[in-house]
Design a protein around this ligand. Structure first.
Ligand SMILES: Nc1ncnc2c1ncn2[C@@H]1O[C@H](COP(=O)(O)OP(=O)(O)OP(=O)(O)O)[C@@H](O)[C@H]1O
Ligand SMILES: [Mg+2]
Length: 323
């Protein structure tokens, strides 16, 4: 290639949009006769915090391990920071907090960080490593052996390991399961500061309130498949109406269910309104209910929380499914 064409090629590459933090398509994995992951595709963009949600056994950890090249997919493709997941150049720029881990119990917290920096092939000064331990609240335990650490302290150290090598993309598999409330709030601040620095994050957590506070987008896995995905406004934009009612006949209940997904708690009926419902949906519903002999005690608008939305999606997936 001549110098001129090389220059042109470089210009062309520089003009391309930056590659996603991770892109995966059609990921599939079986363990024996059990399908753990069944055709999962999604993207995490640079600077984006993505939540990965789903019940126990949904395949979240398996997906994460495939993204990192730690589990070989039966089918599908992964690009990690624009490179194959097995490329050490991509891996060195990714921070990972595994779901289950144990560090060498005879090492001190500071030594664990030194080891991981060396494994990443980087040069991170001692001051910066200390700062990283401070960030996760372990500043005064730097010289203690991790064998004597509590569960939450081990998880904090895991976070420090994931962050110490200045990653461009951080994957956290349940980072706060063992943390106390202050630790959880610290992690939330930490995630927001990563976002400010344009570091992409994939966060798997069962603490849905946490995900709702920090994530830009969410992927919900169920039984190895993507059950729903989108930005929080896309997923939660749907509003709901709560009605306290008496004398509800079967016909009235049918009318309620026709307005949207219906849940009942005693005399309180909650209808999740479809995104395309107009401003007269609720007045018309109330008029129809009155016409059907229902006594309407209260009508309250509401917005669905991510937790309610998640439960709705998972329950809908189980309807008519004996497993
Ligand atoms: N190494 C393995 N060998 C056999 N089966 C496995 C293995 N790893 C995962 N599985 C199975 O794959 C399915 C998905 O497991 P995975 O750990 O990905 O779920 P998860 O969504 O991370 O769940 P949790 O919320 O409990 O962490 C489960 O049925 C699990 O038993
Ligand atoms: Mg898991």
């Amino acid at each position: 290639m001549t110098g001129q064409t090389l220059e042109a090629a470089e210009r062309l590459l520089a003009d391309l949009p930056p590659t996603a933090a991770v892109w995966c398509s059609g990921l599939r994995k079986r363990y024996g006769r059990r399908t753990a992951v069944d055709g999962v595709s999604f993207t995490v963009d640079r600077g984006e915090v993505m939540g990965l949600l789903g019940p126990n056994g949904a395949g979240k950890t398996t997906v994460i391990k495939m993204l990192l090249g730690l589990v070989r997919p039966d089918a599908g493709d992964v690009l990690l920071l624009g490179r194959p997941a097995t490329d050490p150049r991509a891996r060195a720029r990714v921070g990972y907090l595994p779901e289950l881990f144990r560090y060498q119990p005879w090492l001190t917290a500071a030594e664990v960080l030194t080891l991981h920096v060396r494994l990443a092939g980087l040069d991170v000064a001692a001051g910066e490593r200390r700062e990283c331990l401070g960030l996760v609240g372990l500043a005064d335990r730097a010289g203690d052996r991790v064998g004597g650490f509590s569960k939450g302290m081990q998880q904090r150290l895991g976070l420090a390991v994931a962050l110490v090598a200045r990653p461009e993309f951080v994957i956290l598999d349940e980072p706060t399961s063992a943390l106390d409330p202050i630790g959880r709030a610290d992690v939330r601040d930490l995630l927001l500061s990563l976002k400010e620095r344009q570091v992409a994050v994939l966060l798997n957590s069962h603490l849905i309130g946490e995900v709702e506070r920090v994530c830009d987008r969410v992927v919900i896995l169920d039984k190895g498949r993507v059950a729903a995905a989108g930005s929080l406004p896309e997923l939660l934009g749907q509003s709901e109406v709560r009605l306290r009612l008496a004398d509800v006949s079967a016909a009235a209940e049918q009318r309620l269910a026709a307005a949207g997904e219906l849940t009942r708690d005693g005399d309180t009926f909650t209808v999740a309104l479809p995104a395309d419902s107009g401003s007269d949906t609720v007045p018309t519903l109330v008029a129809d209910l009155v016409g059907l002999g229902v006594r309407v005690h209260a009508v309250e608008p509401g917005r669905i929380s991510l937790e309610e939305r998640l439960l709705g999606i998972l329950r809908a997936g189980r309807e008519g499914d004996p497993t």
